[in-house]
Design a protein around this ligand. Structure first.
Ligand SMILES: [Zn+2]
Length: 178
């Protein structure tokens, strides 16, 4: 029986060690690792594409049809890239959708040799570049596939194409041709 501590004095702290486990399993069940079908939202390279998520869902609907398109203002003829919900020149919101030219030439390119975005680690090395679209004022940035980056040259012809992502979305890219 211990005496109560005198007033004003702290009782010494007593640390009690946890009791040892009665039995140690030879192999603990491991937690099941679930691989997400796509990267977390904030690390997702590709935009959300539904009508509830973006006012530019038509762009993605058309991508799924194999058409890479953008908006054009019927008032001043301005062709936008990326597509817009309002014209940056006249602020009009009555825009038309036009298909982009299928062909272009590489204006500049580079290679991703490391530090690829999440979900693209297995693709390294791969090429990205700027492409001048034939007969259009637009110069688009995108990934270039179809040839190793070491075999690409400035001025090479590429084709603009849409392609499906694993999770049902679509995106666009360039494919080296010729
Ligand atoms: Zn306009």
């Amino acid at each position: 029986m211990s005496e109560p501590a005198p007033p004003g004095r702290k009782r010494p702290r007593v640390t009690v060690a946890p009791a040892p486990p009665t039995s140690v399993p030879s192999e603990r069940p491991r937690p099941k690792v679930v691989v997400a079908p796509s990267p977390p939202f904030l690390l997702d390279f590709f935009p959300l594409q539904g009508a509830g998520q973006t006012r530019l869902s038509r762009f993605y609907d058309r991508l799924k049809e194999g058409r890479v398109s953008t908006t054009c203002c019927p008032r001043d003829g301005e062709v936008h890239w990326p597509p817009r919900v309002a014209c940056p020149i006249c602020h009009g919101e009555e825009l038309e959708w036009i298909d982009l030219p299928e062909h272009g030439r590489i204006y500049a390119f580079s290679a991703v040799l490391g530090g690829a975005p999440l979900g693209m680690e297995a693709d390294v090395p791969f090429a990205v570049g700027l492409v001048d679209l034939a007969g259009s004022p637009l110069r688009l940035f995108g990934r270039i596939v179809g040839r190793p980056w070491t075999a690409l040259k400035i001025g090479d012809e590429v084709r603009l194409e849409s392609y499906p992502l694993a999770d049902g979305r679509s995106f666009y890219r360039f494919r080296a041709v010729g």
